[in-house]
Design a protein around this ligand. Structure first.
Ligand code: HAM
Length: 421
């Protein structure tokens, strides 16, 4: 036998038994997004590399180390998308969507060459939202309340909201100098990455994962202390709104995010139940990005949630397997086998929501019955020569004690269509 081929490290098959959990997250999100008046957008999985360099930032982990970039046959540098914001903004500019505010959402796979571990994959899935053209804290509040509603709908309890403001570019520039001064004074104790970023992207040093550098960062000056009045008021308005809506939050002055395009609001929803990769949803405001990518100045805010992480949370909470089949139809004898698909079609016409599986592949009565039992169906429907002659279908309950019945078509429809607890 030749050697079998396996999936790429960090990229996973999602097998049928886990799909109900995925659908629960996806359907829940879709319903809520639609109820809030958001429109879905679909963009390509591949974009020119330049798009991500210009939006996420050259000196970020994603662009420096994690992109799947390659030259196509034309010699153009392309990349698998590591996130969705840049593509959404590109599409909005390209198709002239910026004449009025846009509330957009998307879902799909993203690609980052990260070290795989629990909750961190090289192909992962996001559901994301991008609102373009609205500047006020009211929309920041709306998207946070929308995520809080999603957790309620999904039955996800133990998550906490962290919030911060990164201020406006001028405020950040002034703060940046304070930070560089402080970090330079401690440069000897910083790890290599942090030392390298000290001048190119000092804010990212605040996000360091190195314990020694973290100790230095703990004493660093805070951006929140350097916010101007408007940025302060923006953050305060969100906080008041969250309090009024009864949503708990914590201000985390060290929350900086790993992408460069943010200003003012940034937030993350975090759980302790997933180990190190506990951020299930993250986002913020990015008022400068549209202009930076060649569009007219347009304020914007958004977030993305990690579907794998939500699915794992649901799994830990013991949620949901697939709904069982209502019926499994077996047929004995040549004529009954010809009739069975037609009977199945008539039942599907009469009961569009009926979950009915038709036995295929023949076999003895005993082996067909075994399959019916294994399918998890509530009922076996039996069509044999005698049933055919009498114009009935045999109905055997598989999950409870009940006498076998013989029902004519109309009675069978009533029986299968009747609500069950
Ligand atoms: P992000 O923080 O890079 O932000 O990713 C958002 C979420 O995607 C994370 O909180 C996490 O749940 C999930 N995620 C990220 N990387 C991985 C991975 N390697 N494996 C599994 N899950 C992962 C963004 O992508 C921004 N575009 C969010 C945004 C939209 N900001 C404004 N609009």
């Amino acid at each position: 036998m030749s050697k079998s081929i396996q999936a790429i490290r960090g990229m996973h098959d999602i097998l049928p038994e886990r799909i109900p959990l995925w659908q629960r997250v996806e359907d829940g999100a879709r319903q809520i997004l639609s109820a809030y008046g958001y429109s879905e957008i679909r963009t390509p999985l591949v974009e020119v590399t330049e798009l991500f360099k210009r939006s996420i930032g050259e000196v970020t982990d994603i662009v420096e180390k994690e992109m799947y970039s390659f030259e196509d046959r034309n010699g153009d540098s392309l990349s698998l998308r590591p996130e969705g914001t840049a593509s959404c903004v590109r599409a909005a500019i390209e198709h002239g969507l910026l004449m009025q505010p846009q509330r957009l959402w998307y879902r799909g796979p993203m690609f980052r060459y990260e070290r795989p571990q629990r909750g961190r994959y090289r192909q992962f899935h996001q559901i994301g939202v991008e609102v373009l053209g609205l500047a006020g804290p009211d929309i920041d509040l709306e998207i946070i309340l929308m995520t809080a509603r999603l957790w309620r709908v999904l039955g996800i309890g133990k998550v906490r909201l962290e919030l911060n403001s990164l201020g406006d570019p001028e405020e950040r520039l002034a703060y940046r100098q304070h930070l560089i001064d402080y970090l330079s004074a401690h440069a000897d104790s910083l790890d290599d990455d942090s030392r390298r970023r000290l001048h190119s992207n000092p804010l990212r040093v605040l996000d360091t994962k190195h314990p020694e550098s973290q100790a230095i960062v703990a004493g660093a000056p805070l951006l929140t202390e350097h916010l101007g009045e408007t940025s302060r008021a923006h953050l305060d308005a969100i906080c008041r709104g969250l309090e009024a809506a009864g949503i708990d939050y914590q201000i985390n002055p060290r929350l900086v995010r790993g992408l460069d395009y943010y200003n003012r609001t940034v937030f993350e929803w975090i759980t302790e139940e997933l180990g190190a990769q506990g951020t299930i949803c993250a986002g913020g405001r990015y008022d400068g990005l549209v202009e930076q990518l060649g569009g007219r100045a347009t304020p914007a805010v958004g977030f993305a949630l990690g579907v794998e992480r939500l699915v794992e949370l649901l799994e830990l909470a013991g949620h949901a397997s697939a709904p069982p089949l209502d019926a499994y139809l077996i047929a004995m004898g040549e004529q009954a086998q010809r009739e069975a698909p037609l009977l199945a079609e008539r039942l599907r016409d009469a009961l569009p929501a009926l979950r009915l599986q038709l036995h295929c592949g023949g076999g003895s009565f005993k082996s067909q019955f075994k399959r019916a039992d294994k399918s998890g169906a509530r009922h076996a429907l039996v069509l044999g020569e005698t049933e055919l002659e009498r114009g009935v279908v045999g109905v055997k309950a598989l999950r409870e004690e009940a006498a076998q019945q013989e029902l004519e078509f109309e009675a069978l429809v009533d029986y299968l269509g009747a609500p069950r607890g």
